[in-house]
Design a protein around this ligand. Structure first.
Ligand SMILES: [Zn+2]
Ligand SMILES: [Zn+2]
Length: 385
């Protein structure tokens, strides 16, 4: 029996676990019950595991032959979103929902753990299972790395449930997700009567100029062939119809695909903000937070994934378009070779929406692909020794 047939045999169990986690969603670094549930499932399978702090799990399945280590990663956190799917197993927690499918990732990786534990004779080395917290806030992968979760890992695979065709895996060589930073800018001027603006310092006007400068000028400083997005999504000032604002707060994000550009962006944003604020006689304080790195898939491992996926699923690996979204799996791929894969599951509504829906028939494919990639990844490391 291949891994897909074996996954079909445990499909009911995988779906049951997924529904249970879906009903009990937990936000990043608060996945306590989810952690307990995973530990209990792994212990039942005879797999010992180590809890991460505050949440998350590292577990290992050792093959009958010693060798290198391949990691499989599933993220496990939910989002602060009100569920509106009307599913019979809809979230029991108001305002918290698995709207990105991380419930399915946990269930698929528990399923894969069962298949791998039963097929330890096929493993030429060790499989590290990483149940990662807090992906949605971009901090979980870093915590895993800081707590030694990636130590000794030679290559890593991650799967995300996707909205595309059921049972088709997709990824791409090179950059797949953008590097992503966020910023909050406080602009300080001086409040005054709206009829006499010359008696104060207009923070709204300075803020408006900063929004325009950031959007226009930043594209004059970087090569047009290197994708770059800046979005100021929030602008609040404390004036009113007849009061000139003395304070304004802007919040936004910057995304790019190039490592060098990512290094330079902070200084560029800070300079443009400071100089523009100064031109309008305001002071600006910038809180610039470095977020995720660009997610770079390893070319050789993408070829391996193409081979494994076609052999297992009977359909060729699709090439996915690069994406300006971010994914903290990049914390791993910036340290060891890895691939992030989207597993098609006929999504009906966009992720991060209260109506996000996927076809649970996709879970068995993700489960089987995790297991197949572990076996083939170890085989590949063994042959390249
Ligand atoms: Zn998400
Ligand atoms: Zn996600």
């Amino acid at each position: 029996m291949n891994f897909l047939e074996q996954a079909e045999n445990i499909e009911e169990k995988i779906i049951r676990i997924r529904r249970d986690i879906h009903q009990n969603p937990e936000l990043g670094f608060k996945e306590y019950a989810t952690t307990d549930r995973i530990v209990s499932e792994l212990n039942t399978l005879g797999i010992s595991c180590r809890r991460l702090l505050p949440t998350g799990i590292i577990a290992e399945i050792t093959g009958e032959k010693t060798g290198k280590t391949v990691a499989l990663r599933a993220d496990m956190d939910a989002l602060p979103i009100m569920e509106e799917t009307g599913l019979p197993f809809q979230s029991k927690k108001e305002g918290v929902m698995h709207a990105c499918g991380h419930d399915t990732h946990v269930a698929m990786l528990i399923g894969a753990a069962e298949l791998l534990q039963k097929n330890r004779n096929l493993l030429k080395g060790t499989v590290r299972l990483i149940f990662q917290p807090a992906e949605e806030i971009g901090q979980g992968a870093r915590t895993v790395v800081e707590q030694g979760g990636l130590d000794g890992v030679d290559s890593i695979f991650g799967i995300h449930i996707g909205g595309h065709e059921l049972g088709v895996a997709s990824t791409r060589k090179g950059a797949m997700f953008a590097a992503s930073d966020t910023f909050k800018i406080l602009i300080a001027g001086e409040k005054c009567h709206g009829a006499f603006p010359h008696t104060g310092i207009d923070a709204t006007l300075a803020g408006a100029a900063i929004v325009m400068t950031l959007n226009a000028d930043i594209h004059r400083e970087f090569n047009a062939f290197d994708p770059l997005v800046i979005s100021v999504g929030s602008f609040c000032s404390d004036g009113s119809h007849n009061v000139v604002a003395g304070e304004a707060v802007l919040e936004g994000t910057v995304r790019c695909y190039d490592k060098q550009m990512h290094l330079q962006l902070q200084k560029t944003v800070e300079r443009l903000v400071q100089k523009t604020a100064e031109a309008y006689r305001c002071r600006a304080v910038i809180d610039y937070q470095k977020g995720t790195e660009v997610l770079l898939n390893d070319d050789h491992l993408v070829d391996l994934t193409a081979h494994s996926a076609e052999k297992l699923l009977g359909k060729p690996l699709q090439t996915i378009e690069p994406f300006m979204g971010s994914e903290d799996f990049s914390e791993y791929t910036s340290r060891v070779p890895g691939v992030f894969i989207s597993m098609g599951s006929n999504g009906q509504n966009p992720s991060h929406s209260g109506k996000f829906l996927i076809d649970e028939a996709g879970l068995k494919y993700g489960c089987a692909l995790y297991a197949q990639l572990a076996v083939d990844g170890l085989q590949d490391l063994e042959s390249s020794k």
